[in-house]
Design a protein around this ligand. Structure first.
Ligand SMILES: NC(=O)c1ccc[n+]([C@@H]2O[C@H](COP(=O)([O-])OP(=O)(O)OC[C@H]3O[C@@H](n4cnc5c(N)ncnc54)[C@H](OP(=O)(O)O)[C@@H]3O)[C@@H](O)[C@H]2O)c1
Length: 366
């Protein structure tokens, strides 16, 4: 009798332990599921299109809603470029696939990777490659994309610094490299930058000055004199000087130029470039058309070098970012950068198109 009661007591204790263990494992799983839920559910800006037009909304997403890719990045920072503003406002047909998460640039930390060059925890950045146009972009806490599109964050830069530069900084450096390729040196004469108070313009002024060029900053905001001189501009000219009627050839004023404006501005710039000088053209803030003649090309040997950042090959990107690492003064970068939360991007888009945003904006992604 005694023997049986001891045995049943033992069994009872054993079953209590089992129940306790089961209870604990259920609690742990519930905790794990809630953690995964936090990890995998996040906010993204989504642009969709129907018969009524384009709709821009914040949407709750899961990792599985993202597009194909061999690397998933926890995005910590993005930025707003002129092109992002065109996409968000629908002012130009930037988006080539709907629905789309905009944001042509992103930087963050690798969350998962099957790409041989990247592992969990690596700090990375991506610009262009169709991000925010045909592949989900940077206005999202997570991005899944091709590892081939990623670059490691250069030493000395934070992820925020890389977005302070972003496509704008990469484009400005690509333009400087093009001027150098075509033999424009500080000894040849001054270099003009148009749209100089904007994103590409501000970086262009800084890196040209760092390389010893005398920089002439053309701007519609003459009140930004102290800002532009702080970045390294030697002189300012009013944008209005370049918006009037175009004469085929004008006086030879500049050895080279980085033009972000296009339109009449670019046509006027071309007619004032010195013999065998070069203009690196990257933008269209003043318009798509180019009302020029062949005179600067056939009478002065001027080169018009086109700059396109989106599909630039990796070798060129690595060269440009390594030059940015060398030439971009971080104090100047700070002076041209404003930091805002991602949710402010909707208010910033019309402001950037109206030419009211100075320098660069870093967006903090929650
Ligand atoms: N080719 C590429 O791969 C590439 C890459 C990046 C950018 N972009 C293009 O480069 C341009 C600049 O981009 P961003 O990101 O630097 O834009 P941003 O920050 O908005 O700068 C544009 C600047 O252009 C000037 N501007 C505005 N309206 C103008 C007008 N009507 N006429 C002449 N100038 C005007 C303004 O500077 P001021 O007030 O100083 O005059 C403005 O700040 C855009 O057209 C963009 O699409 C091209």
């Amino acid at each position: 009798m005694n023997y049986f009661s001891q045995e049943s007591l033992g069994l009872q204790r054993f079953s209590h332990v089992i129940i306790l263990l089961l209870y604990l494992s259920i609690q742990i799983r519930i905790y794990q599921l809630s953690e995964e839920n936090v990890m995998e559910n996040f906010d993204a800006l989504m642009i969709s299109k129907d018969e009524e037009g384009q709709k821009v909304k914040w949407r709750r997403m899961a990792i599985d809603d993202l597009m194909e890719g061999d690397v998933t990045v926890r995005v910590t920072h993005s930025t707003i470029n002129y092109k992002d503003a065109l996409a968000i406002t629908g002012k130009a047909p930037i988006i080539r696939r709907y629905p789309m998460i905009p944001g042509i640039d992103l930087a963050g930390v690798v969350a998962t990777s099957t790409h041989p060059e990247f592992k969990q925890g690596d700090m990375v950045l991506a610009t262009g490659w169709g991000l925010g146009e045909s592949h989900f972009g940077g206005y999202s806490s997570y991005a899944r994309l091709k590892g081939d599109w990623l670059l490691p964050v250069p030493a000395g830069f934070t992820t925020a610094d890389t977005m302070a530069l972003g496509t704008a900084g990469f484009t400005a450096m690509s333009a400087l490299l093009a001027l150098e390729t075509h033999g424009v040196t500080p000894q040849r004469g001054p270099v003009l930058v148009t749209g100089s108070a904007g994103g590409v313009g501000s970086v262009a002024v800084s890196i040209l000055a760092k390389n010893g060029f005398k920089v002439i900053a053309a701007t519609g905001r003459m009140g930004e004199r102290a800002y532009l001189q702080g970045l390294g501009a030697s002189e300012l000219i009013d944008r209005a000087e370049l918006t009037g009627p175009v004469s085929p050839l004008g006086s030879e004023r500049w050895a080279g130029a980085i033009d972000t404006a296009g339109g009449n501005v670019l046509a006027n710039v071309l007619s004032h470039i010195q013999y065998s000088g070069t203009v690196a053209a990257c933008g269209l803030a003043a318009g798509m058309e180019l009302p020029t003649s062949v005179a600067p090309f056939i009478l002065r040997g001027v080169t018009l070098a086109g700059i396109s950042s989106v599909m630039a090959p990796k070798a060129h990107r690595l060269e440009a970012w390594s030059r940015l690492q060398r030439d971009m003064d971080l104090t100047k970068l700070k002076s041209m950068t404003t930091t805002r939360p991602l949710k402010d991007v909707l208010a910033l888009a019309p402001e950037i198109l109206a030419g009211k945003v100075r320098g660069r904006v870093v967006l903090e992604v929650p």
